[in-house]
Design a protein around this ligand. Structure first.
Ligand SMILES: Cc1cc2nc3c(=O)[nH]c(=O)nc-3n(C[C@H](O)[C@H](O)[C@H](O)COP(=O)(O)OP(=O)(O)OC[C@H]3O[C@@H](n4cnc5c(N)ncnc54)[C@H](O)[C@@H]3O)c2cc1C
Length: 367
């Protein structure tokens, strides 16, 4: 027999567990279950974002690294930013999820089971796991979305490493170092120094075809050897594929949250803050009886990012230039706002005026 619940949340990753924790905070009387097969440690990776002081303090328990300075590097030099308002922070996904799971207390059930089928319409339905089933009045599905094979994606392989000697510039996060092989798509190395001998380093490609994992590993080894950085030990390897295009939910008829609902910013792959805002607003809505999932990213921002990605896809050789011009046009605070999707009109105008005009005009006509 199926267990009746008011809300079934499928998947307890960033979106699922954040929604559950927000509902618990509202002391929601609705019987809610989160269905997630894996333990937090099995899903550990680095989630980075720009955060103001208040948000940094709230997330302190999961912060692995925090930088007030960051840079974007091309062949003609580095654009360096500093902000006194925002930090770039890197969270341990496992630490974040563990804390949010603990905060559910006994208000919300968490079952370590895998959903095998969902039979629902826009309101609710039957959620069947590998061990039992739930008859839910409302379902929110956060299982990762499907991505079309030819869609633009950000794909990366990274290592958390300890180095044999201290590295230079350990107080600055390198968001993009474009001085690498650009033959397979827009390619950059991302470096987060947690200390002068402890780094996260990732080879990231923006393209529509994934490479063999060894390709990213070779790129990392080359970047390290060119800088005479030797690995003493590897703490972990992470691999990810992030959509930068329209995504398709696992199941059309079920309301989605998180990445599956389009919460990943198409021009940058950042999702954390959009998911936080979406799940916070959804929980507040539910407390008032409104179960509609808020848009994670505004239609205006999606339209701007789509134009940007169109230019990128049609002119891959321009990629490094577009990101470097964006960084050059803005100071640290403006850049952080831009990346957070909170740019004001002046920030937008600065970026628009810094862009090469012809490719963008052509893209507007392509539609
Ligand atoms: C390796 C990696 C690094 C990233 N780094 C960043 C970053 O630095 N900054 C940023 O803003 N964004 C980052 N992203 C983007 C990322 O998509 C989001 O930050 C975030 O994890 C998305 O949250 P979500 O809840 O939608 O999906 P997820 O966090 O992926 O959660 C989905 C959950 O569904 C569960 N699930 C899957 N199948 C089933 C099933 N059948 N039944 C039940 N549960 C199921 C999974 O176990 C998982 O816990 C990264 C993504 C990846 C993959």
């Amino acid at each position: 027999m199926s267990t009746p619940v008011d809300i079934a949340i499928i998947g307890g990753g960033n979106a699922g567990i954040s929604l559950a924790a927000a509902l618990a905070l509202h002391d929601s009387p609705l019987r809610t279950v989160v269905i997630e097969p894996s333990l937090p440690q099995q899903r550990d990776c680095s989630w980075a974002l720009w955060a103001n002081r208040k948000q940094s303090a709230e997330l302190k328990f999961a912060i692995k690294g925090q930088w007030r300075r960051w840079q974007v590097i091309g062949h003609s030099g580095a654009v360096k930013h500093h902000s006194s308002t925002y930090s770039y922070i890197s969270l341990s996904a496992a630490a974040y999820i563990e804390e949010r799971e603990a905060s559910l207390d006994d208000k919300i059930d968490l079952v370590r089971e895998k959903v095998v089928s969902v039979d629902s319409d826009s309101t609710g339905g039957l959620v069947v796991t590998d061990q039992q089933s739930f008859l839910a009045s409302h379902i929110f599905d956060s299982r990762p979305p499907k991505m079309a094979d030819a869609s633009l994606r950000q794909h990366f392989l990274g290592w958390e490493i300890k180095t044999s000697k201290p590295i230079d510039d350990a107080d600055i996060a390198t968001l993009m170092d474009f001085r690498v092989d650009q033959s397979r798509g827009l390619h950059f190395i991302y470096v987060l120094p947690f200390s002068d001998q402890h780094l996260l380093i990732e080879s990231t490609l923006i393209s529509s075809s994934l490479e063999d994992k060894q390709w990213y590993r070779d790129a990392l080894n080359q970047w390290l050897s060119e800088r005479e950085i030797k690995i003493e030990s590897t703490v972990m390897e992470e691999y990810g594929v992030i959509p930068m295009d329209v995504v398709q939910a696992q199941q059309y008829s079920t309301p989605t949250i998180g990445a599956s609902s389009g919460a990943v910013r198409r021009s940058s792959g950042y999702a954390f803050n959009h998911i936080q805002q979406q799940t916070r607003e959804l929980a507040a809505g539910i407390a008032k009886g409104n179960f509609d999932v808020p848009l994670a990213i505004s239609n205006k921002l999606i339209a701007m990012d789509t134009i940007f990605n169109g230019v990128l896809a049609n002119n891959p050789h321009l990629g490094p230039e577009l990101f470097i011009r964006t960084a050059k046009a803005l100071n640290g605070d403006q850049f952080a706002r831009f990346m957070l999707g909170k740019a004001n009109l002046w920030d937008w105008l600065r970026v628009i005026f810094a862009m090469p005009k012809i490719p963008f005009i052509r893209q507007l006509f392509r539609g």
